[in-house]
Design a protein around this ligand. Sequence first.
Ligand code: PEP
Ligand code: MG
Length: 588
Amino acid sequence: MTKKSTTEKTYQGIGVSPGVARGRIFVYSVAEEVVPDYEINAEDTAKEIARFEQALIKTREQLHDLQQRIASGTGSAAPSGIIDVHLSLTEDPALIDQVTNRINEEKHNVEYIFHDVSRRYIKTLSELPDEFFRERGADVQDVCRRILRNLLGHEHRELANLAPDTIVIAYDLAPTDTTALDRQHVIGFATDVGSHTSHTAIMARSMSLPAVVGLRDLSKHVHDGQLAILDGYSGTLIVEPSEQTLFVYGQLEVKRHSVEERLSQLRDLPAETLDNHRIAVAGNIELPDDIAGLKRVGAEGVGLFRTEFLYLKRDSFPTEQEQYDAYARVAREMKPHPVIIRTLDIGGDKFRSEDGEPAEINPFLGFRGIRFCLGSPQIFETQLRAILRASAEGNVLIMYPMISGVGEVIQANEFLEQVKADLRKEGVVFDENIQVGAMIEVPSAALTAEMIAQEVDFFSIGSNDLIQYTMAIDRVNEKVANLYEPTNPAILRLIRNTVESAHNNNIWVGVCGEMAGDPLYVPLLLGMGVDELSVGAASLPRVKEVTRRLTYKEAQDLAAASLHATNGRDVLAMLNALLERIDPDLMG
Ligand code: PEP
Ligand code: MG
């Protein structure tokens, strides 16, 4: 269905970030360009070279435009220094001379020659041992794609440059795409694939943007400019809504707005039960810019800084100084609140190889998280140095991801001690009492939490991965999303064991997976004795609200009853009944 349709059509997916957006559709496709390949006559070479020059001029104009928008704060979060590098590449004599010489010699069309020259250029750069040149490889790739599209006369479909009130529709939005989104103009997004805990969903919640995922082949059936309503609560996308639907949604929006308004009053109030049991409610961030959203909802710190997002959209790893700048900024802005910086958790669905394909056959079971860090000492050292230096600027904590047993913690801590010793020798200041924690997200870690607790200052339960690995359910696959069951007896036992092990060893325990941000599960986690919940900005007010509407005793009784249940459905029914009673407006 590619023809323009004016009849209303509803698509059902999974609502992963609350809110309703009404706007125009932009279909984002990352399909590779098809590069034509044909011979030309000798007299046409000048024409081809002129086309190349025109494409370069157009590219420069686009980059200048992008630079201006970034400077005026209306563009994406991309640092404008990158644009300078891209601009200089459009004037690179090595690249230009090679293309023009080869057109003259080989008598081939410019797209074909340019594509071939740029491909070789990128390959050579990416293979060089020097980090500086490898970094340039990513820039060359970006700018070459832009030049090629200009040569082909294709509109550059750029997520950083969109019309106001745009709903982005895509097959998938890789973390690299979501970081490039034009935050000013995008009001929501919807993808064909994904689930509640895929990173697209997590990113949407951090950005407080309504989002729906798992819409199957939606991106093939809609087209640019169509009017749509995106409902992140119910998981629906209504394309070309009728007058009547617009009216009904108008009413609904008024009601939801009043709920949001009510929740916003909780900003400066603690997450404290009716019988005065208090827990901390912190926020999850992917990029330093997410801090603004957390502050708006009154987060009591950052419970999870997913640092891997600093490493995306590039081929090389960020330098110590770049990382320090990001971490120190967050530490300063959140001070005196704590900021838990998680060391690199590259792998799974968070890092893809150059061609967009996962680099491993089974990336979720592969070289991920702490395994990658311990196996890449240079990268790990650079990050730990940056985090330690930033600890002098605020209340910083370190957390290791994907721990599967105490051995990895001991090894990581030894490494950390070495890095601290080096900094001391260099006279660099850092927080000597910096707390170190382990994520509990691999079942083997949850089962041996008693041993791990002796080596760390805190735990944070990563329910997204804990459920995925315990239940053997790919967290990003919409086909098995219905089997993803936080209330399963196995999950409840792993959480209980983790909390008890932490408290037996006098350390605190938080939950930073998506389970923590769902109002339905908050009473359960609270009752299990969790000390902190860390959630996306969009979920935070709901978490506070639930906590403030019940007693700790009630939550403890519920947790105890849940542990007696023989299946997840019964637990879910209890949780639904409780939420219905304490605040039905929060029901999904
Ligand atoms: C988790 O697994 O629950 C978690 C918080 O980590 P991530 O979602 O980044 O894998
Ligand atoms: Mg995880």
